[in-house]
Ligand binder design. Structure first.
Ligand code: UDX
Ligand code: UDX
Ligand code: ADP
Length: 482
């Protein structure tokens, strides 16, 4: 056919849509790329010098292409109606109400997109690309909605094209992906999308499957990655009990090529917007098909993660002579991983809220997360409230009062640590390794404790300085009564 791609649109200017479209704009100067979002503030930020998300290398690409063939807009017609290919890159949070609450993906944003497209596009042909991670068979629902217009000449192809980028390395991952996966029923449509990626990705890395394999592969990939972390974290508990060292075990095990060395870093638990959500999705799906054993199997990955977070908080309390009440603790790192300002599902949120419940005072420092975000995250958890809930009333609850009284966000790491009883490393930020730890130690209350939730610091050096060091998956040298 004579279908050529002159303009690509994207609905949703978030962590996935923004970087992905910027990369397409970079490598396809012959294609105009329009990113649409309902949220005017977000669009304004994308059009400013202060982008709404932090990703190493992203600023340069946006600066280079913006206004040339990359446009951030709230103009639906420009971005969607006039585009040949439209990516759906809206959020698909876990439902926090009604049926499937806490487990099923909330597809209302995706469904809304499909209905908007059906009601506004009346002629021509469009390829609709599902980019958000969705439960298997979502493409089918989108397709059904698009085909129910009574007064339309428009035709559609639906493709699934899940994104595998990780936050903090989005630019690197997009530039050099392990694979690009395109699922669909119409080979011609798949070819058109594959040709876009072929501008910078090798053909043999662009793979095709049917719609459902593509949707399922994304969920499975995230389950497997999360499963590795829960496995090594389970092993970390055995190490602490027996005198083995989890770093040594991970290294030895990872050298088996069948296992591989990556994603075996024991930690205070995984966070991020994807892992838990996608596992919940998969287990919900399994239960829907009466596969309870499958659901239970994957659910174990989440249980282990919850336990690891709880275990860490308990260890802090235990080591500080069984009480942190009225003690001051410094928390270094609040983002769910380094090189991002994102805090969604960050272990730090859970652990901070547990310690506030134990009546500790917290000084929190993170190089990229705002004070507003940190306070809001802890208050939400302590109030049992969810993202998107109306939050005005949260301001006045006793829990929020307590958070305001007990939590301070401090912009300087040395100020943060000063006069505290213990340092808790929550995120693996590189800058933590470069601090003058002797200076930190001297400014702290004694005995000075350090809990390395990421195993990134040089523990023997810290012990030489005088710290009582506790890490993940390493047995204590002289397990004292306290
Ligand atoms: C295993 C380990 O591989 C080896 O490193 C260790 O020293 C001893 O245990 P083995 O039991 O001899 O070796 O064979 P292996 O190739 O690991 O297969 C074990 C079982 O898993 C077999 O029944 C095999 O058919 C099955 N398997 C293996 C699968 O079902 N799927 C796979 O992808 C791989
Ligand atoms: C993940 C997947 O990696 C990506 O492919 C998918 O597209 C989206 O979900 P992301 O959540 O951005 O990406 O970050 P990731 O690097 O996977 O880290 C997730 C969490 O696991 C972080 O909290 C990280 O600190 C933790 N983690 C990761 C570990 O605790 N140990 C590890 O070895 C690796
Ligand atoms: P992700 O991590 O999947 O990219 P984000 O929450 O970062 O998720 O981004 C999703 C974006 O989609 C948000 O900026 C949100 O405003 C936008 N969005 C959600 N629904 C719609 C819609 N119907 N039309 C336009 N934008 C939408």
């Amino acid at each position: 056919s004579n279908f050529t791609v002159k303009r690509i649109g994207c609905i949703g200017a978030g962590y996935v849509g923004g970087p992905t479209m910027s990369m397409i704009a970079k490598y396809c100067p012959h294609i105009d790329v329009y990113i649409f979002d309902l949220n005017q503030t977000r669009i304004n930020a994308w059009n400013s010098d202060n982008l709404p998300i932090y990703e190493p290398g992203l600023d340069e690409i946006v600066q280079e292409r913006r206004g040339k063939n990359l446009f951030f807009t709230t103009d639906y017609t420009e971005a969607v109606i006039k585009s040949d290919v439209v990516f759906l890159s809206v959020n698909t949070p876990t439902k926090h109400y009604g049926l499937g609450k806490g487990r099923q993906a909330d597809l209302k944003f995706i469904e809304l997109c499909a209905r908007q497209i059906r009601d506004s596009v009346k002629t021509g042909h469009k390829i609709i690309v599902e980019k958000s991670t969705v439960p298997i068979k979502t493409a089918m629902a989108v397709s059904r909605i698009l085909k129910t217009s009574s007064d339309s000449q428009a035709t559609f192809d639906i493709l699934s094209n899940p994104e595998f980028l990780a936050e903090g390395t989005a630019v690197k991952d997009l530039e050099n992906p392990d694979r690009v996966l395109i699922g669909g029923e119409n080979p011609a449509a798949i070819k058109i999308l594959a040709d876009v990626y072929a501008n910078w990705v090798k053909r043999e890395q662009i793979i095709q499957t049917n719609l459902w394999s593509s949707e399922l592969s994304k969920l499975v990939a995230n389950c497997f990655l999360a499963q590795r972390i829960s496995s090594i974290n389970a092993v970390s508990a055995i190490c602490e009990a027996t005198g083995a060292n989890v770093n040594e075990v991970a290294h030895a095990v990872g050298m088996d090529k069948r296992i591989g060395s990556r994603f075996l870093q024991a930690s205070v638990g995984f966070g991020g917007s994807c892992f838990q959500k996608d596992i919940l999705n998969l287990t919900y799906l399994a239960e829907h098909y009466h596969l309870k054993e499958v659901a239970d199997y994957f659910y174990g990955v989440i249980s282990m993660n919850d336990w690891q977070k709880q275990r860490f908080a308990q260890k802090v309390v235990h080591k500080l002579f069984n009480t942190v009440s009225s003690k001051k603790l410094s928390v270094l790192g609040f983002a769910f991983k380094k090189d991002t300002g994102d805090t969604r599902e960050s272990s730090s949120i859970f652990i901070c809220s547990k310690l506030v419940e134990e009546r500790a005072y917290l000084n929190i420092y993170d190089p990229k997360v705002s004070e507003l975000q940190i306070m809001d995250d802890i208050m939400r958890v302590m109030n049992d409230a969810y993202d998107g809930d109306f939050s005005a009333h949260l301001d006045t609850t006793p829990e929020s009062e307590m958070v305001r009284r007990c939590v301070k966000v401090i912009k300087d790491p040395y100020e943060c640590v000063k006069d505290t009883h213990a340092v808790l490393i929550m995120t693996e930020w590189d800058e933590f390794k470069t601090y003058d730890w002797k200076k930190m130690y001297d400014s702290m209350k004694k005995p000075a404790f350090l809990f390395d939730g990421r195993n990134i610091l040089d523990h023997s050096k810290l012990e030489e300085i005088g710290f009582d060091v506790y890490s993940i998956g390493v047995a204590e040298k002289n397990p004292a009564q306290w």
